[in-house]
Design a protein around this ligand. Sequence first.
Ligand code: MTE
Ligand code: MO
Length: 254
Amino acid sequence: MSVHVSRRALVGGMATGAGLMLSGCDRIGDDPHFRSLLKTGEHGNYALQRLLQDRTALAEEFAPSQRSPIFRANGTRMPSGDVYAQHVATDFANWQVVVDGAVARPQAFSLAEIKAMPARTQITRHDCVEGWSAIAKWHGVPVKLLLDRAGVSPQARFLVFHCADPQSNGTMYYESFDLIDGYHPQTILAWAINDALLPVPNGAPLRLRVERQLGYKQAKYVQRIQAVTTLAGIYGGGGGYWEDAAGYEWYAGL
Ligand SMILES: Nc1nc2c(c(=O)[nH]1)N[C@H]1C(S)=C(S)[C@@H](COP(=O)(O)O)O[C@H]1N2
Ligand SMILES: [Mo]
């Protein structure tokens, strides 16, 4: 059994265990913080995983031969608008990633700077809730290195990834997660897939890989990382485009 499958099995098994623990352990069951976490339906999965899983564990990595013959594109395949078209025409020479919000030193990284930074390579499996998975090799800068340059404030709790593709509801695609995933060693801004520069349909010039979460968390066309203390007030407040638009789980942990 692969590590990945056993982790899923573990979550299922642990959920049952938590039920037993709740009824059997008054001290945790009475803790108001714990109770409110469990009561918040959309954060129930997150609460359980925080309690019961090692969130710093690595996602399974694969051998080059296990890669899928193609890595399809899903969602936006070409961001609309003149600004992105201009970036395509200039080979993304002027693309920047801003790191701001609850940070000591707001930064703007050029694409060239990001490509010159230490990179991580990982062959991982992408799981889309629409019912497909694919294994690919990703290469890019650990998000931790960008965060360290910016100096994330002690009060910051979440990272919001702002994308360059407008959605039909008038907002931009965005996603967010907590700092455990932000500092996770496999959380990278990838600029290459399968040894080639990231193509436009897969999020050129930079897309997120946050390997312990599902496909819709893997923000493409990333242009800003905003550290925040709360997700309230950011678009619909759900922490992501699909969370706001369709009620997807904010914590999409694998
Ligand atoms: N900016 C942006 N990021 C996005 C999306 C999108 O439409 N726009 N789609 C998401 C979904 S649902 C999936 S499954 C993956 C698809 O990545 P791919 O196009 O490289 O296969 O990107 C995610 N990130
Ligand atoms: Mo997806």
